[in-house]
Design a protein around this ligand. Structure first.
Ligand code: BGP
Length: 478
């Protein structure tokens, strides 16, 4: 529906921005940090764009004060970051590394001193390599206990300082790219193992939420889910069915477990028939049911358009990690769905559909199915940026993207959706896992190239000033 006028953003709306440890911190071996699976994976030739790593990243570990000062000047209300498990417990299950905790003490205190709400992500893909070597990481039930112990340390240390906690970041992405496509660690192609690891990750997610409740932490916790609402290519009933399938396989399969503690029937029966269903042990479903999140974290980048895929049809396609427009290829699940081009939307240089209306649809679908408050934990545009001689960066395309998405959030609020906040991806430029440093997302430009770290100097982009105004006017001026 078109609204005549839009509701104002709530007074306490969290205008934020986000990052993740491996993508910004650098200092990969400093102050006792252990190796994570990403530190190891990036060393495999051909896995990341031009062999880029997060060894130095954008050196946030040493420059966090400068970065927080930029946030403060911009008026940012919330900053979402992740803690690197291997800084806190270098081997995953042994001694606690006080030095690692001290870094996050300092970061959190710096944020609070500037009135910026910390949003702490427990896990953004970087499980300690030692646990991968010891028992196969997410494939062993032992990870449930080890992850809960790690989370417990953070809950106790930052209770009363951190009010918003994200449990797992994009479980759907790290599991599918890690175990179906070998595009993330642990570099596996095995669907059976994928579904099993995913079930264990669900249990670990539930276990930390349960621990959060037991400790009676003064705050809210939820997972961040990468949700791209599905459209059918057209009204052909089989294409509509493919869209239903895609929602079930790529969204409900995770979010129903988080909220209802149940696997959706359609997917479960399909997996059972194929011999791929995960092994459920006594107590598993009770644990899943006992840990409803306080909010759903939504990472929104794009919608997915799908069509019917015959039983002998397309499976794995090709991702565009080079930034050469049009180099991706359709992917799908034979007999279930396959991706199609949406003729109504533009695409980024990495072939991601640009679709602000899709964000409103995502918010509404989550609201109506799960009836939870939603925190937008990521949304942004990956693009090439140009640093001008005078130190300016004219990223009007990013402003345009963000403006339309913020407007879509306001429309969803007007529709009745409870949105807690909006975190852009990302604050500074950072390492894009598979796409190097050339795919930039930040408000703050960081001067480095794929293999040349240069001086890592920070520059404010035009979008920095645009967002500053948005925050100042609480979204009245977009
Ligand atoms: C999400 C991740 C982020 C970030 C973002 C952009 O999936 O949670 O960590 O990387 O996507 O993706 P990319 O870096 O592939 O462009």
């Amino acid at each position: 529906m078109d609204h005549q006028t839009l509701d104002a953003f709530p007074d306490n709306f969290l205008w934020g921005s986000a990052s993740a440890a491996y993508q910004v911190e650098g200092a990969a071996k400093e102050d006792g940090k252990g190796e994570s699976v990403w530190d190891r994976f990036v060393q495999i030739p051909g896995k990341t764009y031009k062999g880029t790593t997060g060894d130095v990243a954008v050196d946030h570990y040493h420059r966090y004060k400068e970065d927080v000062a930029l946030m403060a000047e911009q008026g940012l209300k919330a900053y979402r970051f992740s803690v690197a498990w291997s800084r806190i417990i270098p081997d995953g299950d042994g001694e606690v590394n006080e030095k690692g905790l001290e870094f996050y003490d300092k970061l959190i205190d710096e944020l609070l001193a500037h009135g910026i709400e910390p949003v702490l992500t427990l896990y953004h893909w970087d499980i300690p390599q030692a646990l991968q070597d010891k028992y196969g990481g997410w494939e062993s039930r032992q990870v449930i206990e080890d992850f809960t112990r790690y989370a417990d340390i953070l809950f106790q240390r930052y209770n009363n300082k951190v009010k918003y906690w994200v449990s797992l970041n994009e479980q759907n992405i790290f599991i599918m790219l890690g175990y179906r496509m070998a595009a993330h660690p642990p570099n596996v192609v095995d669907e059976k193992r994928m579904y099993q690891a995913n079930h264990i990750a669900n249990l670990a997610n539930a276990s930390v939420i349960r621990r959060f409740r037991e400790l009676d932490i003064n705050g809210q916790i939820g997972p961040s889910f990468a949700y791209g609402p599905t459209y059918a290519l057209d009204s052909h009933p089989l294409n509509q069915l493919a869209a239903e399938n895609n929602e079930a396989f790529n969204a409900h399969w995770w979010m129903d477990v988080y909220v209802f503690g149940e696997y959706p029937k359609v997917v479960w029966k399909y997996l059972e028939r194929k011999g791929l269903a995960p092994a459920i042990e006594e107590g598993d479903m009770a644990l899943l049911k006992s840990a409803k999140p306080d909010f759903m974290g939504l990472n929104y980048y794009q919608t997915a358009t799908v069509e019917h895929n015959p039983i002998d049809g397309v499976s794995s396609g090709k991702m565009n990690t080079s930034g050469k427009k049009g180099s991706s290829e359709a992917s799908g699940l034979p007999g279930v769905f396959k991706t199609a081009d949406n003729p109504y939307v533009e695409q980024t240089d990495w072939d991601w559909d640009i679709d602000p209306v899709g964000l409103r649809i995502a918010l509404r679908r989550i609201d109506s199915r799960y009836n939870l408050p939603i925190m937008i934990t990521e949304n942004g545009l990956g693009a090439y940026d140009k640093l001008e001689e005078d130190g300016s960066i004219h990223d009007d395309y990013r402003i345009d993207f963000l403006r339309k998405h913020v407007k879509a959030v306001q429309e969803a609020i007007t529709d009745g959706v409870n949105v807690l906040g909006y975190c852009t991806w990302s604050y500074t430029d950072l390492l894009s896992w598979l796409n190097g440093y050339q795919k930039r997302y930040g408000f703050v430009y960081v001067d480095r190239e794929e293999l040349d770290e240069k001086e890592l100097k920070r520059y404010k982009k035009d979008s920095y000033f645009w967002y500053k105004k948005v925050i100042e006017t609480n979204g009245k001026e977009l």
